[in-house]
Design a protein around this ligand. Structure first.
Ligand code: AMP
Ligand code: MG
Length: 409
């Protein structure tokens, strides 16, 4: 297969350029831990305490001294009862303590016997039916988190477990990167908003604006503040005006469509007139017409109009760029190697991102129509196959698969 046409930028180079431009946004926001899911941590979180705070029982049962239970069948009096949340007194010699899950282990006890292995006698004593080993069923102080430990690092994108962990060290408010402000507009005289014209009344040539919906959702999922400027007609003057408005007080201007070389594509010259264009056209399929530049202080990214191209370039380029703006330490999505359960004998010379799904056997199958206009392929897929330019795929080959679940998070 031939090399890609000169002039098209390899995707990895384009991404590296983009990330090098993404200086983290200034300004830290303090948000309630309850609302921090999906945000990027701005500072390390250091624990001021041990978790668990003290040795505690992981079973409902009896706290004992192993040395006093050399044989099974030993019966000892129960000297105290320790429910979770209460304080324990030192264990009196020659006795056991009734204890419950999460309750502190009394000083002097060195094991918990689960209640299934204990017979409560009528005289109040407890008969231990199984000889305990030292340390059993005790969760040690600090076994999860030690005092002074960095629990989460700056740059971590917080998920549900991370917000729980922050709560576990007592933090009700977390320092996070501020939300990127993104101005969004779609270009195209053919575009109509759903709800404005019913399907049966659509004029010839008109289509509904689908990109606006998924781009907005993708931005919101990443924690951006979206300023949606709607649809901009295919005119130079209107494009200039929309760009100028969008550049005010936004971190990123994101557009879809109008970024190719046709006479009706006004984005590229308009950006060049108002600011500068650093990157244009990437050697990937779908997604060739992709543009990066600046308008005033704002970053500019122009996505292709074809819905699949728009979607794929967003998840592969805009997503890491926005994560980098938020100071995220990890911007690359996870990739798996999975077997192809299909043949792909005629690859493009550009690097391809094929819409695929895992089948019941753990291999990958393709959506039958891989055209960049067929948004159904993305809705159907659960991931993208990253196929190097010019590489045919035969059934059974291992291919690189990017799960969409991660790209959409
Ligand atoms: P363009 O990049 O403007 O040349 O558009 C390429 C193709 O994508 C054309 O068929 C457009 O009609 C279509 N398209 C552009 N913008 C959108 C949009 N917002 N929603 C759906 N299709 C679009
Ligand atoms: Mg257009």
């Amino acid at each position: 297969m031939n090399a890609p046409r000169p002039g098209l930028r390899p995707l990895d180079d384009a991404l590296a350029d983009l990330l090098s431009q993404a200086r983290p946004l200034a300004g830290v926001e303090h948000v309630p831990t309850f609302e921090a899911d999906g945000r990027v941590l701005a500072h390390d979180l250091v624990s001021a305490l041990q978790v668990p705070p003290q040795d505690n029982s992981s079973m409902d049962g009896y706290a004992v001294r192993c040395a006093e239970i050399a044989d099974e069948g030993v019966a000892l009096p129960v000297s105290q009862r320790i429910p979770a949340g209460s304080e324990a007194h030192p264990l009196a010699p020659g006795s056991v303590a009734r204890i419950f899950t999460g309750a502190p282990v009394p000083a002097g006890a060195d094991a918990i016997v689960m209640q299934e292995d204990v017979q409560a006698l009528e005289d109040g004593r407890a008969r231990i039916l199984r000889v305990p080993s030292a340390g059993q069923w005790i969760r040690r102080s600090g076994e999860d988190i030690t005092r002074g430990a960095v629990v989460l690092r700056a740059g971590e994108r917080l998920g549900p477990a991370a917000t729980g962990l922050a709560a576990a060290i007592g933090l009700a408010v977390l320092p996070v990167a501020r939300r990127p402000r993104v101005a969004l507009f779609s270009t195209g005289d053919e575009l109509v908003m759903p709800g404005e014209v019913p399907p049966e009344a659509m004029r010839p040539g008109a289509i509904y604006n689908s990109n606006r919906f998924f781009l907005r959702s993708l931005l919101l999922r990443l924690g951006c503040e979206v300023r949606d400027l709607g649809i901009v007609p295919d005119q130079r003057e209107a494009t200039l005006q929309a760009l100028a408005t969008a550049a005010r007080d936004n971190d990123l201007i994101l557009t879809s469509g109008g970024v190719s070389v046709g006479e009706e594509d006004h984005i590229k010259p308009a950006v060049q007139q108002l600011g500068r264009l650093d990157l244009w056209q990437i050697a990937m399929k779908p997604g060739k017409p992709f543009a990066y530049g600046r308008v005033g202080e704002a970053h500019f990214i122009g996505l292709p109009g074809n819905p699949v191209s728009s979607f794929v370039t967003f998840v592969l380029l805009v997503r890491p760029f926005l994560l980098a703006l938020m100071g995220a330490s990890e911007t690359a999505p996870a990739a798996w190697q999975l077997p192809a359960h299909f043949d792909w004998p005629r690859p493009d010379r550009r690097r391809e991102f094929l819409r695929a799904r895992r089948d019941a056997e753990g291999g990958l199958v393709l959506f039958p129509n891989q055209s960049s206009g067929v948004l159904t392929s993305v809705a159907w897929a659960d991931g993208l196959i990253d196929n190097p330019g010019g590489q045919a795929i035969a059934r059974g080959d291992r291919v690189r698969f990017l799960p969409l679940a991660e790209l959409l998070a």
